[in-house]
Ligand binder design. Structure first.
Ligand SMILES: *Cc1c(COP(=O)(O)O)cnc(C)c1O
Length: 375
């Protein structure tokens, strides 16, 4: 095809945009290397799959694929409203919680204002900020020798807030670091923000975390009108393929998010799957328990190999190798183990490893041992 340069025609916010780097799909690795039986520990997906109720519910939707979904997601919102004990007009549905982050940026950011986020915070925060041409207030992370290595420095984030700040993005726990903030400190932080600043607390992993330590920001909405809580069905609920997330916020903010939300942004399958997944909290408990055991297994196994990890309240660990990880990553892939390089975060000596089943964790540890031995 004839090449033509369209860069000069692009919205300046878009021409500087660097797309999100996804985890490598299993099929792609197997196609490239001609191998089979690979495992993916790269995208923080639930290795147990999803609740069995989901497949059943989806089966029932298959007769109606010619019809648009309910654009308001009435039944899912009703289920979420009960689950969180919050009125439906506090809920915005997203095509994954990524959608929610985009709506927040569209609703509140422009080239005159700024978003605050931590260095090594989730990669989508800089992308949506950039997309709106807004200013980035990037706050240096805690140092690698801090107990919460590479985590959010809340005091420095507070100091970065100024008259231009409209959004503060906080991931609790954060991806890719796994680090977290204690609820007491976070509540103080949100309570001390000026009214022109909206605090987004992204709780993508909250079902895995120790809620007694991290808290549950959805229960703080009464106290803080400028709080937005972002949740997803992609992680513990095991529905990453179906793309469902949501925001909880006061009705004034929710109204704005729904103005920019595209019609029909969540599919019929997604709406139904999420609705029934909420009913199966036993599945979440099982996932949480397996994750807790897997975290201990990985921490111990990695430590035995001389590899440090950041503390994690999520379903992954950030492992630090003290040298560039390209070769280690390639070695793992050759053995059919996909993990996540995080060079796009400026962390070229670390790998993010999703906690799998006990067997998958063992396979990762054995593969890593053999790769490290040969170096
Ligand atoms: C995975 C993740 C998300 C969102 O994923 P969706 O699939 O779009 O819901 C949001 N925030 C963080 C911190 C994540 O790790």
């Amino acid at each position: 095809m004839k090449a033509r340069d369209y860069l000069h025609l692009a919205n300046p916010a878009v021409s500087d945009l660097v797309p999100y780097t996804p985890g490598k799909p299993v099929e792609e690795l197997e196609r490239e290397l001609g191998i089979s039986d690979s495992i993916k520990l790269a995208s923080n997906e639930n290795p147990l799959g999803a609740s069995p109720l989901v497949a059943e519910a989806i089966q029932k939707t298959l007769d109606g694929l010619n019809l648009y979904p309910d654009a308001n997601g009435f039944y899912l919102k009703q289920a979420l409203s009960e689950h969180h004990d919050l009125p439906p007009d506090c809920i915005t549905l997203g095509n994954g919680s990524n959608d929610i982050l985009v709506f927040l940026a569209q609703a509140f950011l422009n080239p005159e204002v700024a978003a605050v986020y931590s260095q090594y915070a989730f990669a989508v925060y800089p992308i949506v900020t950039q997309m709106m041409g807004a200013k980035h207030q990037v706050v240096p992370a805690l140092p690698i020798d801090h107990p919460m290595a590479l985590g959010h420095d809340l005091r420095a984030m507070y100091a970065a807030v100024d008259d231009d700040t409209r959004l503060v993005f906080i991931a609790n726990p954060n991806n890719p670091t796994g680090t977290w903030l204690n609820q007491e400190r976070l509540i103080d932080f949100v309570g001390s923000l000026p009214p022109h600043v909206i605090c987004v607390i992204d709780e993508a992993y909250t079902e895995y975390g120790q809620t007694d330590v991290l808290g549950d920001a959805s229960t703080w909405l009464d106290r803080f009108p400028n709080l937005v809580v972002s949740r997803t069905f992609s992680k513990a609920y095991g529905l990453a393929a179906l793309r469902v997330g949501y925001a909880l916020a006061n009705p004034g903010i929710t109204d704005l998010l729904n103005r920019v939300r595209p019609p029909f942004n969540v599919s019929v399958l997604g709406l139904e799957a999420a609705r029934v997944a909420l009913q199966d909290q036993a599945f979440i408990e099982k996932s949480r328990a397996m994750n807790e055991a897997g975290l201990a297994q990985l921490k111990e196994g990695l430590s035995a190999l001389g590899v440090d990890v950041s503390p994690s309240a999520a379903n992954f660990v950030l492992a630090h190798f003290g040298r560039p990880v390209d070769e280690i990553n390639r070695g793992l892939m050759k053995q059919g183990v996909i993990v996540r390089p995080v060079g796009n975060y400026g962390l070229d000596q670390s790998l993010r490893i999703t906690i799998g089943t006990p067997e998958q964790n063992t396979r990762l540890l054995n593969a890593l041992a053999s790769v490290l031995e040969k170096m």
